[in-house]
Ligand binder design. Structure first.
Ligand SMILES: [Zn+2]
Length: 557
């Protein structure tokens, strides 16, 4: 599992600004255009022409040009149809065949955690211990003495030396700072002498259950490598970042998210501090995307004072309720035991009655219940609760719904439940353990059966789970298109794109204002270097995000 993977976008805007040379000026005879009851007499503020627009609007799937006035799309069509809306003050972007898609929506991202990770030293490119030392020395050079340096991403298999970094390696590079550097698999860390001292870890320290503290066989001295639960002995000594540090880190994460082409996020909040950070960034005008805040049920009461003056920009939209755990740790609740552990069927985190009480509380607060249910037994329990809940306009969403069966799919369809998945998590799951071994062949076929869900008409939406997985929505789309296991469940690129646009908007009840490029909708657009439907599926992740337009404003140029 990757904790940190920041999409580096090389921005090469090959757009031409201005009206000259592309279309005739028509501002002397402005055209009146009827838009949902309003009459627009003025020329548009912004026009995109000569482009390949994937609208995600089934009645007009492809277009060549569009016009924006203020924050709304006012016309979608051909260059010729947009021409009358171009006046002297209209900014015209000619994209020479680039592809414009609706602004991408990440339905599951932990923005503040992503920010925390960005504060860490990224060691994923280190190819030797010497190089790691250089990187650490450089970081120490602009870190005050005594302040912790946290890093991650090293892997001794990539090192020339083919060994793990040890205390003397780190002491030499950063003698004045406590240092903890996590392996890319996160469950191993290398620390220096200062870190051991501050954490009070010596060769006499009791090794916690499920952990290990490496020692030199000859002398019994510590090597500086700690494993699994023992890594916490050091981590607990690392102070929390200050509120100001966290705010700046989160703001940096926001910028990176925006540059990945994302115009809306479902921000899964994990602490009360984050709620304050979101409000502060909003007040400072530093949120470069729309935010649908999702909190765990224990934080629901803390959202009472949450202020927003425009719910299309910022709102508290959902509350998560966990029904079970992960398949990885065999905590997902299954109807039949795990195939590789016949006495274990996982466990529900709460009874059906308790889940019903939680759902009722969330509904009473007027927000969307998002039930985290991984195993088929948890999905069944979630559906039982949903089936007993009085009918309302609220759309239920199940996060993961990983292990399904024919009956569960039918019930998901019947109750119009949105299934939310993180495609990179799916491929990581398949790669770190054998689904066939853990679930048996027949049940493994029903693990994330996305194509089956779509065929049945169940809406499936996509998110990143960043920073646990890489941020890129294009990588997420690629994953569901090229899926290796059970290829009959692969999606088309168009279906993958819908997971991150129109259906993502539907999942938060916002499909009437965003998610497709249609007249009257919010002007949130992502401009791509090429058409994801035209490139080789394995290269979708390599497509560049060239420009983001949000609320009618050009954000990256
Ligand atoms: Zn998550």
């Amino acid at each position: 599992m990757e904790l940190l993977c920041v999409l580096q976008i090389s921005l090469k805007p090959r757009v031409r600004l201005g009206t000259q040379g592309f279309l005739p000026h028509t501002s002397t005879s402005p055209l009146a255009l009827t838009i949902i009851g309003e009459i627009w007499h003025l020329s548009a503020d912004l026009a995109l022409i000569n482009t390949n627009i994937k609208t995600m609007n089934p009645t007009q799937p492809i277009a060549q040009a569009l016009a924006i006035t203020k924050n709304k799309i006012v016309k979608v069509g051909t260059n010729k149809q947009i021409a009358p809306l171009i006046g002297e003050k209209t900014k015209v972007l000619s994209f020479d065949g680039k592809t414009v898609v609706p602004g991408l929506i990440d339905t599951h991202i932990h923005v503040a955690d992503f920010g925390r990770c960005l504060m860490w030293l990224d060691l994923t490119s280190a190819e030797s211990i010497t190089q790691l030392q250089h990187m650490l020395k450089e970081k120490a050079g602009h870190t005050p003495a005594g302040k912790w340096i946290v890093g991650r991403g090293w892997n001794q298999d990539r090192f020339k030396e083919k060994r793990m970094p040890q205390t003397p390696d780190l002491d030499g590079a950063a003698p004045d700072n406590p240092v903890i550097l996590y392996h890319e698999a996160a469950m191993i860390c290398a620390v220096n002498t200062k870190a051991l001292q501050l954490a009070d870890v010596t060769k006499h320290t009791l090794v916690p259950k499920g952990g290990a503290i490496d020692k030199k066989p000859a002398t019994d001295e510590l090597t500086g490598i700690l494993r699994d639960s023992a890594t916490r002995l050091i981590w607990r000594a690392v102070p929390e970042p200050t509120a100001a540090e966290l705010l700046e880190a989160t703001a940096l994460a926001c910028q990176k998210i925006s540059r990945a082409g994302i115009t809306s996020v479902h921000w899964l909040v994990l602490s009360e501090v984050e709620l304050a950070i979101i409000q502060n960034l909003h007040a400072m005008g530093r949120l470069p995307f729309r935010v649908n805040v999702v909190v765990p049920q224990e934080l629901l009461e803390k959202t009472v004072g949450f202020k927003t003056n425009d719910v299309s920009v910022l709102r508290v939209g959902g509350v998560t309720i966990a029904a079970d755990g992960y398949l990885d740790s065999k905590e997902a609740a299954l109807l039949e035991p795990y195939s590789d552990e016949p006495k274990n069927s996982g466990k529900l985190f709460c009874t059906e009655q308790a889940l019903a009480v939680s759902v009722a509380k969330v509904l009473a607060a007027g927000v969307q219940p998002i039930i985290l249910a991984m195993g088929d037994r948890a999905v069944d329990t979630a559906l039982n609760v949903i089936e007993q809940t009085p009918k309302s306009n609220v759309r239920f969403r199940i996060e993961q719904a990983a292990v399904l069966n024919k009956d569960l799919v039918k019930r998901l369809k019947k109750h119009k439940i949105v299934v939310s998945v993180q495609p990179k998590v799916i491929s990581t799951e398949f790669s770190v353990w054998s689904a066939t071994q853990r679930l048996g062949l027949e049940r493994a076929r029903w693990l994330h059966p996305l194509k089956t869900l779509l065929k049945e008409g169940v809406k499936v939406v996509g998110g990143s789970d960043c920073p646990m997985e890489p941020l890129s929505p294009l990588l997420g789309m690629q994953e569901v298109v090229v899926r290796a296991e059970f290829p009959e469940q692969r999606l088309s690129v168009e279906e993958a794109l819908r997971m991150y646009t129109l259906d993502a908007a539907y999942s938060s009840g916002e499909e009437n204002v965003k998610g497709s490029i249609e007249e009257g909708k919010l002007a949130d657009l992502t401009v791509l270097s090429c058409d994801p439907m035209a490139v080789e599926p394995k290269k979708i992740k390599d497509i560049n995000v060239e420009l983001v337009i949000i609320d009618g404003k050009i954000l990256i140029a």
